[in-house]
Structure formats: C-alpha cells, structure tokens
Design a protein around this ligand. Structure first.
Ligand SMILES: *Cc1c(COP(=O)(O)O)cnc(C)c1O
Length: 464
C-alpha cells in the first residue's frame, strides 16, 4: 500500500477516511458525501488543514489543549520516557516513577484532602472507576443498599456504558439504553427551562430536586451525586449562583458523596485550578482528564478523598483497573503539562487577564439581533441563539438547525466554534492572547452576521 502523508491530496484522504474510519458522534453516510476536514498540523491556538487553511481553534480540540499546540518539551519528555520505560503496569504490587510523581503532584494541587489518585485512560474510564468506587465504599461501610448515583439531564460524563448512563444525553440513552442504578434530575438551564422564575429562584428550585430525589429514592439507597461544575458538552450551561451552595447543603445533610466531574473544568478552564473552587463546592471525588495532559497523551484519573480511599483500601482487593492505568508515557507527559501550567502562570492569565478581556468582548456579542443570553466562566463560553430575546423563544425549526448553520459559517471563516442545539460554544486554549481574542470575536461576529442574513432571507428567523 502506498504511504499516506500530509501531502496526500485531500480528496484521496477523504475517500480513505470515508471507506475505513468510523467517526465518533457522526452520521457516517452524510460525512462520506461531504468529506471530512483533515487537520495536518497545529501551533499555539492555530490549526492547519490539508488545504492550507489557518484555522483559529476556539474549542482547544475537544476542550483539552489548554497549554496550546506545538510544545516541544512534551515531545522531548515523551521520547525520553519511551526510551527509558515505555510501559509497565501498576497491578500486582508494582509501581513506577511517572505514576508516583504524577499522583503526588495531583495530591498537592487538589483542594481539601483529595490525596489519592486512581489512574485511567480517559474521562469516561475515570467515571466508570467512580461508579465502582462509590458503590464499593458504601458496601465496605456496611451500607450495601446505597448504590444509586443521581445525575442530571443534559450532563456529559463520557461515552462508555457507565459514563453514558451517568450522563444525561437523551440521544445517547436512546441508542441501547442505560445501566440500572442511575437517576437523573433536571439541569439548571435557566435560559431554556426557567419559565417565569428569576434565575436565582430557579437555581434553588433545581438544586432542591436533588433533595426530593433523595427522599423519593430513600437516603439508604443513594450513593452519590455527580455533576460538572459548569456543564460543558451540554452547551456551557452556567448554573445560577444560588444552585451549587444548595447542592452542597443537601449533600452535607444526607449521607451522599459528591463527585465533581472536572474533566473540562479542571486545570484552569474556569479561572481557578478546579471548577469546584469556582463554584464553591467540596467534592469527595473529582474526575479529571482532558486538560490533565492538554490532550498530548490520553490519560484520566479519579482524585479521591482520604475517607473514601481509606475505607476502600482497607476492605481488601478493589477488583478494578485498566492495562493503561498510570501509563508511564502519558503520566510523564501530564507532569510536564502541569509544570508548564504552573511555570507560565496560565491559571492566573485566565483569571486576571485573558478571561476578563474575552468576557467583555463575548458579552458585546449580546447586541447581535440573534444572540440572547451570553455566558462565560474563565475561558468557556456560550451564546443562546434566539429569534426573540425578550421571550427567550426557540426557532420554529428543529433544535440545532440554526446552530448547525451558524457553525458552518464559522468553519467558512476559519473559526472552530461548536454548536449544541442552538447554543454556540467556545473553550479556546488558555494561552489565548488578546490579539487572538480580538480575532476570535471578529470571526464570530462575521459568522453570526452571515448566518442571520441567510435566516432572514430563508424566512427562518422566526419563533414557532
Ligand atoms: C469529555 C468528558 C468526559 C469524557 O472524557 P473522555 O476522555 O472523552 O472519555 C467526561 N466528563 C466530562 C465533563 C467531559 O467533558
């Protein structure tokens, strides 16, 4: 077979891709007709595709390339680790230096007494670990009926069976169903579901659904609550300020473990090292991945508090683990990523410089005729598109039709901005500069203008 490289013609690459590569979250037949966009290289916040376009990646890949593309020292560390010890496992009473060093570093960085790390290969796997961990914890505590985990509709916790079931994505649940023992309450999405309530009143009401669910299911049957501090894949849904304090109060009142899924929010995304610090909660377990290695190597983990780790640790074998738990190359890459994050004060840059700067620009998009709510926390942000800001009306077309059109305009303007239904979202690399933020907003506004003009022309700028 002929060698396939960055210089192979795009059409040839697309044909091979369509013939052999099954894409995640994709309608394969539709993509085969259109042809995938082939990315060939990247530097900083900029991607290059096989046609030579320079694209501003306002999604950090999939929310993960926090320190930006093209970092040489990560390549050096990976090469060195592959030469020294490319693989060894951490089963059977063995360990290795990268896993030890990364676990110790994470314990130092994590708030409270989250002093213990169980490694996984991804965020989904880490959430699988969490489900098994909390159930085993209650079993070991002599409360084996505490097995149910409460989560939220529209949450994203990954795509393995457990991750998908913990998540609240209806489209995923519809394909194959979910595992037992997971209960979903409503999300704190005021824009769509707030009705006539003011946001703070709505936030309390939505948090109190947790208490109602605990009482309905029986405290003796509930193991944990899991939530993203800011919902990412659900559309960058920022809960009203009243929401998380009430969730924390309810978890404290009942014997319920709190799991913060920090896969997106962790490592500076929200302007603090962890999203839990931004929303003021004290989780027993954190799920981490994505920004842990800035996507340079696949790795995830569960950060676990003293109480849970000790109880599970004293109960005998925890019959769980992955071949690649604590993979030495991924661990070494993650450590170097965290070193850069700290050395370059990137979290401070988000909190005190580029975050506030981008926020002002982002909110300025609120004057656009099709933009309703503008939300931003650190460097994750969303725009609700609407034909009527006053009533927060949806479009008369099916949810996502307008969002998709807007995303296509962004692609056309060499900007990666995603849509979730009719919400537009960004999560750019945390190293974004002010000039790049200006460029991002310029391209976003141009795309919104073009999308709006088309909608008006096509008679689609209308509520149902
Ligand atoms: C991406 C994501 C996951 C899943 O991580 P994978 O590495 O894709 O398995 C879990 N939780 C949240 C909040 C995520 O954003």
């Amino acid at each position: 077979m002929k060698k396939i490289t960055n210089n192979t013609p795009t059409a040839e690459l697309q044909a091979l891709d369509a013939a052999h590569h099954m894409h995640p979250f994709t309608a394969a037949a539709a993509l085969a007709k259109k042809g995938a966009r082939v990315i060939t290289r990247a530097e900083g916040v900029w991607l290059t595709d096989s046609e030579g376009h320079r694209i501003l990646d306002a999604m950090s890949g999939l929310w993960c390339v926090n320190i930006g593309y093209g970092r040489d020292t990560l390549a050096d560390v990976a090469a060195q680790q592959i030469r020294e010890l490319p693989y060894y496992n951490t089963f059977f009473q063995t360990s290795h230096v990268p896993a030890i060093a990364l676990a110790a570093k994470l314990a130092e960085m994590a708030p409270g007494d989250l002093n213990h790390v169980f490694f996984a290969g991804s965020g989904s796997e880490a959430n699988d670990t969490n489900l098994r961990l909390v159930r085993q914890y209650w079993h070991a505590k002599g409360k084996p009926t505490k097995q149910i985990v409460i989560s939220r509709k529209n949450a994203y916790h990954g795509s393995t069976m457990a991750g998908m079931s913990l998540g609240g994505m209806a489209g995923m649940h519809a394909q194959g169903g979910i595992i037992p023992g997971i209960h979903h309450i409503n999300q704190p999405n005021w824009w769509v579901e707030g009705g006539d309530m003011d946001p703070e009143e709505f936030g309390v009401a939505r948090a109190q659904e947790l208490e109602a669910a605990i009482l309905e299911l029986g405290e003796e049957n509930v193991a944990a609550f899991i939530g993203e501090p800011v919902m990412g894949a659900g559309g960058v849904i920022v809960a009203p300020d009243s929401y998380w304090p009430e969730i924390q109060r309810i978890c404290d009142k009942y014997e319920i473990l709190l799991i913060a899924d920090e896969v997106i929010c962790g490592f500076g995304r929200t302007g603090n090292m962890f999203g839990s610090q931004t929303v003021g909660i004290r989780p027993h377990i954190m799920t981490i991945a994505k920004g842990l290695s800035s996507g340079y190597a696949p790795i995830g983990a569960s950060l676990v508090c003293d109480e849970v780790a000790n109880v599970v640790g004293e109960a005998g074998d925890f019959n769980h683990g992955y071949t690649y738990s604590g993979h030495p190359v991924a661990a070494a890459v993650a450590l170097e990523n965290l070193r850069i994050l700290e050395e370059e004060n990137i979290v401070d840059h988000v909190k005190n410089d580029i975050g506030p700067y981008l926020a002002e620009l982002w909110h300025s998009l609120g004057d656009h005729p099709m933009v309703g709510e503008t939300k931003i926390v650190g460097l994750m942000a969303s725009l609700a598109l609407t034909p009527n800001k006053a009533t927060r009306a949806p479009f008369k077309t099916a949810p996502g039709v307008v969002g998709y059109r807007c995303r296509e305009k962004c692609f056309g303007n060499d900007l990666i901005m995603r849509h979730v239904g009719d919400r537009m979202i960004i999560a750019p690399p945390l190293v974004l500069t002010r000039a790049e933020a200006d460029e991002l907003i310029k391209r976003a506004r141009k795309s919104l203008d073009e999308c709006y003009a088309d909608l008006v022309k096509d008679g689609m700028f209308e509520a149902p």
